[in-house]
Write a protein that binds this ligand. Sequence first.
Ligand code: SF4
Ligand code: SF4
Length: 482
Amino acid sequence: MHGLNKESGPHVPSGQAHDGDSRSRLWRITRKIETFFVTHRDKIVWVHTVTFLCFLALIAVPPFLPDHTANATPFTDYATFANMVMWGVWFPLVFLSVIFTGRSWCGLLCPMGAASEWANKKGLRRAIPRWLSWPGTPIVSFLIITILGQTVGVRDYPQAIAEVFGGTMAAAIVIGFIYGRNKRAWCRHMCPIGLLLGVFSRLGAVHFVPKNKIPGGDVLSEKGLCPTMIDLKRKEESRHCIECFRCVAPQSRGGLFLRLRHPGEEIETIRKHHPNLAEVWFLFIGTGIAAGGFLWLSLPLYNTLRQAVGEWFLGHGWYWIGTPGPAWLMVVQPQHREVFMWLDFMMIAGFMLACMVVLTALLSLATAVSAWLSGKVGGDLDLRKRFVELGYQYTPVAMVSLVIGLGGKIFDLLKYTGLGDVGIGYAKGGLFVAGLLWSVWLGSKILAAQKVPAARRWLPLVPGVVGSLVVAVFWWPAIFPL
Ligand code: SF4
Ligand code: SF4
């Protein structure tokens, strides 16, 4: 699939667009999509109102309902239904949708970002402080929410869902109310999933391109109309674009235009799209912590370690380790026979962070070897730049892992189709293999862009494949439960 030529803009269709019927058809479809969203841009507020009400119904109602029975299903119990919608539909579909539509969730549907922007219109409009615009802020935010989600049982208990999602919504509104002028400071700098969606949106088939691009690469700018502070004329990457269509004016010679492309194109040509080391670290860190959030529940090793650490603390007379903590920080659900102690809190957080460190170290090693070998067989650039480019090859396998592991309830829905456990295992395995093969393909394309001759490309590709397989090993219990 090919879209408009970058340089051509929507008014001057390139020769490429007229080369064949399919390209010409794609060009017309793209212009229709663009016109539709620009024409109906003022109605998005109603879409946001509906999603906001749905969000409230899913997180605020279930905590007040009586506890469900053990054999409750989404069809017989509202709280079970709400949980299934959050983890079996919303979570996996938002992440999978980036492949086809980029961050359309953010710009068109997300009630949190919309509420933050609405608060900004009414708010204090203070300058965005440096602690908020620090590049590490969304990483810290992501780590805190991911770990807290595990310790309070966000996948199981309605109270925990209300706390995590309600608290995040409140934070989005407060940040929006205080900081920025007609901007989404929350979405750009602090949303716990914004950065993750941003990395994965580089795989997406949707891209907004300046009609009159000026060189220099992406920079943050609080001037202009972009809510996520993209300097529009310099825009070359997708990750901060929430697809709000505000910069699109089909009749104008300026602004941006919508371009459809084949999924993965931006990563295949990552050197033209502002690759950066911080994003690659985040990809590794995010994959590791998410794997830890699944593994502590499924690995027997976790219980062995917990036992040993608990005995060590008690042996030293530190009995507080065996007492329950506050319900906002950890699971305290005596009616469900689950009450976490400080030991559990520390062990879960420590185990997740350890998984993060180990997986980040292994992926870094695999990528470093790959980048070094690339240089040995003809790759251009210096080692650091080759490392950054090659780090992006893990994006598909990381995304698929996240969907299978933390959004695994989508596969529970397959039970209602009559597919047995084995069939569901194959569905998960098939999705994972597709992600893995896509990662290998991207690795090969990045090496081609580094000018590594085709006959020698296999050599630096091998460590990349090993890196993808390492991710597979971490997520194996999610695909085929022990
Ligand atoms: S960045 Fe976060 S809060 Fe903002 S629109 Fe996207 S998901 Fe919603
Ligand atoms: S680049 Fe355009 S479409 Fe993307 S977020 Fe900014 S204004 Fe919206």
